[in-house]
Design a protein around this ligand. Structure first.
Ligand code: PRP
Ligand code: URA
Length: 213
């Protein structure tokens, strides 16, 4: 993992980079795209959860008593930004099956590029939880910033964003609006085009995940 700037980390693991290349390819179909997004999310989750606190427990093995470690009481919630964030959820739940899942429904108005909120539902004990927001694309940063504005009303313990591809413009916006949020991504691309799409990016993540256009 490489530190791009304060609180912004890029995953350089070969498996993540390889799979990211496959999803960028315009010839990758819906089924493979979906599977790869889930796999990348799972690999990223392994690193993002590296600092979860452990506590010691005693268990009986068939041969004797062992002092071992388990993850201690800290609670997590994952919060996909609809729709495209949904593609990352199962990857995280495979590693953290007890995590609660909130949802934030936002779409980007194609003219103004501003996020429009249409649904929000978070676990009721958000104030006790570490939050990992999921969205494959951080473009202008408007959607992620609005999502964190919303979540912060409930005073969570900590906030992280996991995305696949970030634009420098989105990183700039999010680190200014929410300097306390840790951002994890698999790549920082070149720029945004005139329509607010990440270049070279992977196109429209939601459409590629769900086969819409
Ligand atoms: C995409 C993406 C992010 C947002 C990023 O969602 O999944 O949520 O755009 O753009 P921003 O950083 O400029 O806000 P989109 O609005 O296309 O909705 P969808 O996931 O429902 O397709
Ligand atoms: N949303 C996407 O799905 N892709 C982009 O490149 C930008 C926003």
């Amino acid at each position: 993992m490489v530190e791009y700037k304060k609180n912004v980390y890029v995953f350089d693991h070969p498996l993540i980079q390889h799979k990211l290349t496959l999803i960028r390819d315009k010839n990758t179909g819906v089924k493979e795209f979906r599977e790869l997004v889930e796999e990348i999310a799972m690999l990223m989750a392994y690193e993002v959860t590296r600092n979860l606190p452990l506590k010691e427990v005693e268990i009986e093995t068939p041969v004797g008593v062992a002092k071992c470690k388990v993850i201690s009481g800290r609670k997590l919630a994952i919060v996909p930004i609809l729709r495209a964030g949904l593609g990352m959820v199962d990857g995280l739940l495979k590693l953290i099956p007890a995590a609660k899942v909130g949802h934030i429904g936002l779409y980007r108005d194609p003219e103004t590029l501003k996020p429009v909120e249409y649904y929000c539902k978070l676990p009721q004990d958000v104030h006790e939880r570490d939050i990992i927001v999921l969205d494959p694309m951080l473009a202008t940063g408007g959607s992620a910033s609005a999502a964190f504005d919303y979540i912060k009303r409930y005073n969570p313990q900590s906030l992280k964003l996991m995305c696949l591809i970030a634009a420098p413009e989105g990183i700039e916006r999010l680190t200014q609006d929410h300097p306390d949020v840790e951002i994890y991504c698999a790549a920082v691309d070149e720029k945004l085009n005139d329509h607010g799409y990440i270049v070279p990016g992977l196109g429209d993540a939601g459409d590629r995940l769900f086969g819409t256009k």
